[in-house]
Design a protein around this ligand. Structure first.
Ligand SMILES: [Zn+2]
Length: 402
């Protein structure tokens, strides 16, 4: 079903989301309504599409001080309620990845659409329902605990899915420069796998990419003695790189992996030995490795095979790890109480903006909805999970700040 007009939209939301206002879950409908409004504001990275203003309006109304931080056209904000420590902070992003080919979607990716208890739309899982749950959890918490201990904060960016240069990284620089600390940070990224709350991330692997150019000499395939084929030069080195066991991981991390993402050579003509080969690769690495060590290993393998190359490195993030502590204990207990399962504490998956926050000394965990459809066509979330997540966020705040 699709929302055509505003009135259809309203009546549909009422019919579907009506909850007895006396029940403690009356706010659930507020979470879903806010999530749908956010999805309806297209915000393909690094655009924000007005999502942050909507969040800011709601947070300011319940006593948060707002600081808008715009860097090179990228919108971010820092919101804080309270002046004391400990500081509990929700972190997340309003930007989404492109929808991809529209015809692949069953409904308009920027029209929040409900079918069979699922809410569809770009950002439904990654991570506009998480943002909505943060805002309504804050509203509900502040209403029942206006004089909570410590501070509640939100660090929101619209540059997570893209370059991640003018987003969380920059906001953290501002906070660090004035000595403002986050003690506990809950990132609302979709961390769950099969069931809401089955996985809480307590760290992430590092990500190191390389752009490799192998230099050869172009020539006629019939006269290889007059040429130097960069494909042939790289092949045995590549075999070493892809079969290498980098490490065995450790108690908290999967083993380090090496993957080639792009490989290009050739002029298009079948009778020409190419003069150059370009490759891109990525290492996802555990805390068993260092960036310097990985670079040295790759370069020594290329050198051992006598390859003439240039290599540029790009570090997306070092691995980070939050040892089990108050924050992971509170989030786990909240999931146990609200969902009835015990979450696994994991460091798997891709990188997140937690990589910029953890180095400040903050405890960082990630807890959000199921990630099975993120970045895909027909991205969706189970509607009941949105309310459950909101209650888990609320319970986490109660455990830490009351
Ligand atoms: Zn995300």
């Amino acid at each position: 079903m699709q929302y055509g007009s505003q009135s259809r939209n309203d009546s549909f939301i009422k019919r579907l989301l009506f909850v007895d206002p006396r029940s403690p879950s009356a706010l659930s409908s507020a979470t879903l309504e806010l999530a749908q409004t956010l999805i309806a504001r297209p915000s393909v990275s690094p655009a924000d599409g007005g999502c942050q203003e909507l969040m800011i309006e709601r947070l300011a109304a319940c006593g948060f001080e707002i600081e808008r931080l715009r860097f090179n056209g990228v919108d971010n904000f820092w919101a804080r309620r309270g002046r004391e420590r400990p500081v509990f902070c929700f972190a997340g992003h309003t930007d989404v990845v492109p929808a991809g080919p529209a015809e692949g979607w069953s409904s308009d990716p920027f029209v929040p659409t409900v079918r069979d208890g699922l809410l569809y739309g770009r950002g439904a899982a990654d991570m506009k329902t998480g943002l909505a749950a943060m805002v309504t959890a804050c509203e509900e918490f502040v209403r029942s605990h206006p004089r909570h201990r410590g501070s509640i904060a939100l660090l929101i960016t619209s540059d997570e899915e893209g370059q991640s240069v003018d987003g969380t990284r920059r906001v953290v620089e501002v906070l660090e420069a004035r000595g403002e600390k986050i003690d506990w940070c809950l990132v609302g990224e979709p961390s769950s796998e099969r069931r809401l709350g089955d996985t809480i991330k307590i760290g992430r692997r590092g990500s190191l990419s390389g752009r490799l150019t192998v230099h050869g000499i172009q020539g006629h395939v019939a006269y290889p003695q007059l040429a130097d084929n960069p494909v042939h030069a790289l092949a045995p080195a590549l075999a070493d790189l892809v079969t290498r066991v980098w490490d065995h991981g450790n108690a908290h991390f999967q083993p380090t992996t090496f993957q080639v993402s792009n490989l290009n050579a050739g002029t298009g003509a079948p009778n020409v030995i190419p003069g150059e080969l370009k490759a891109r690769f990525n290492l996802r690495f555990s805390t068993e490795q260092t960036v310097a060590g990985l670079k040295a290993t790759v370069e020594s393998i290329l050198t051992r095979h006598r390859i003439k190359y240039t290599l540029e490195w790009f570090l997306s993030g070092n691995p980070f790890f939050t040892a089990p502590g108050e924050l992971s204990a509170a989030a786990s207990r909240a999931v146990q109480e609200i969902v009835g399962i015990t979450p696994a504490l994991s460091t798997g998956g891709g990188t997140s903006d937690g990589r910029f926050i953890a180095p400040t000394g903050a405890q960082v965990v990630e807890l959000g909805v199921i990630n099975a459809t993120i970045h895909k066509v027909d991205e969706h979330v189970r509607m009941e999970d949105v309310d459950t997540l909101q209650r888990a966020y609320l319970r986490t705040m109660q455990l830490l700040l009351t």
